[in-house]
Design a protein around this ligand. Structure first.
Ligand SMILES: Nc1ncnc2c1ncn2[C@@H]1O[C@H](COP(=O)(O)OP(=O)(O)OP(=O)(O)O)[C@@H](O)[C@H]1O
Ligand SMILES: Nc1ncnc2c1ncn2[C@@H]1O[C@H](COP(=O)(O)OP(=O)(O)OP(=O)(O)O)[C@@H](O)[C@H]1O
Ligand SMILES: [Mg+2]
Ligand SMILES: [Mg+2]
Lengths: 250, 250
């Protein structure tokens, strides 16, 4: 199963969720691939100890630009592999926009060749409704939309929902919304109001497990670790454990 | 003076800072224009009560795509005007990438015609190093890079600094870094470490005033208000007041 982790809104936790779900499932013995299609390469820099030494052709850049096979790298976690990103990916919209071939399916055509080796594939998306995000949604079976508290964050759901409908209509008829994941929940009225609005508007599509705001997650990233390696008893680690059970029955 | 508010990293507070500086200075009697060049239109939706009724040709879209004059709208705050954004702006990278004319100067050529009516112009940028951000940096005299605590956030400084150098070399020789603004500071070791690293690495370029994490800011946005209208005694309002004094001597 291929799952895209998306939101046009910046900083809601797409990379943190991608890393945590991928690492969490790998630690439970599932075979996992994490695909980083954001030119910031945040997931890549946390999960891949050798990231600084990697050449552009060993990243997703070569798949998007030259349609080469996906460069898969092992990580410190036995059952987790990663396709890292590269800053030059920020220029690929140029290449993709002018391409006359199926520019939306560059990722899909290569991912389909290797997806059967994995139980789950996660795709960490950039904060944009660009051709890179469309590539991720075209390659995916399901998509998780990450939402954090606030007006801008809730407002962003409208547009990503439209993009998902368009991708389903034009490029990927099986694409399904897995749900809205509420992240960075804290004991404020703002969080309460945000969660209430989300549940009123999208009811059964709101994932039950909520991820609390927990600075351990930020500290883990500084240490280039996933939350389970950094602090397995952290509130965020426990919440991601519950999330994995709810979504994947593992 | 034209100031771009930028960062490739999502969710660090670009829109919140743009709104707060623009509204804060306008309330002190300065003539202010806020230009929203992010297709999420977050600043537009907070500052412009009539945003939902606005047509695409009354937004920055017409300047970027058809090189029309900038559509300036009044706001509830007397000395604050805004050029709103539009979701269709997310497709403009397509238009800008294939343009043979000065695609980096679409904003500058129109903003230069009206900038003398204002004491300050602020440009709220998207979380990307796209042609839209390059347009903002080409039009600007100065740029403020917003940084919030965390590894991803500090890491993002490297790339935006490169982009600023490139814009200065190719498109805008006078572009100057006004400084790094530390936002969402909270009483954690993560914040302490982040601020320490920032000050060690960039020393005199780090703006002295720090904006604390303050949920009043999020609540203000829900109410489609700037922080000064929502709660003038809020910690964030007081911090933005100090910031305005430090940066603009007002
Ligand atoms: N539940 C949480 N509690 C505390 N901090 C969090 C949580 N989730 C994410 N973070 C932190 O918040 C910041 C933003 O998260 P992250 O970078 O994962 O978001 P993103 O959506 O991937 O951002 P971008 O839009 O830039 O790709 C990071 O510093 C991250 O470590
Ligand atoms: N100092 C602060 N204290 C608390 N909340 C804040 C603060 N600054 C910004 N916020 C909130 O954090 C979230 C992210 O801020 P904002 O949307 O302004 O960032 P941005 O950099 O413009 O995001 P994007 O990359 O999506 O454009 C918003 O919900 C905003 O209300
Ligand atoms: Mg990310
Ligand atoms: Mg913004």
């Amino acid at each position: 199963m291929i799952i895209a982790i998306a939101s046009q809104k910046g900083g809601v936790g797409k990379s943190s969720v991608s890393i945590s779900l991928a690492a969490g499932l790998a630690r439970k013995g599932k075979k996992i691939l994490l695909v980083d299609i954001d030119s910031q390469a945040n997931s890549s820099k946390v999960i891949l100890p050798t990231y600084q030494a990697i050449q552009p052709e060993e990243t997703i850049l070569s798949t998007i630009l030259q349609r080469s096979p996906l460069p898969v790298h092992p990580t410190r976690i036995p059952d987790l592999e990663i396709v890292p990103s590269h800053i030059l990916l920020s220029n690929t919209d140029i290449e993709l926009t002018t391409a006359i071939d199926h520019r939306e399916a560059r990722l899909k055509s290569e991912l389909d060749k290797i997806k059967d080796k994995y139980d789950f594939v996660f795709i960490d998306c950039p904060p944009a409704l660009s051709w890179l995000t469309i590539n991720a949604l075209t390659a995916a079976d399901k998509v998780i939309i990450v939402v954090s508290p606030g007006y801008f964050e809730l407002d962003s759901i409208v547009q990503i929902s439209k993009t998902i409908k368009e991708v389903r209509a034009f490029f990927n008829p099986i694409l399904e919304l897995m749900g809205f994941l509420f992240n960075m929940s804290d004991p404020t009225i703002n969080t309460e109001v945000s969660l209430q609005l989300l549940r009123q508007t999208y009811t059964d599509k709101v994932i039950k497990t909520i991820i609390p705001r927990n600075v351990d997650l930020k500290d883990a990233h500084f240490n280039k670790q996933d939350i389970f390696a950094f602090s397995p008893t952290a509130k965020a680690a426990q919440a991601f454990d519950r999330l994995i059970t709810e979504l994947f029955n593992v």
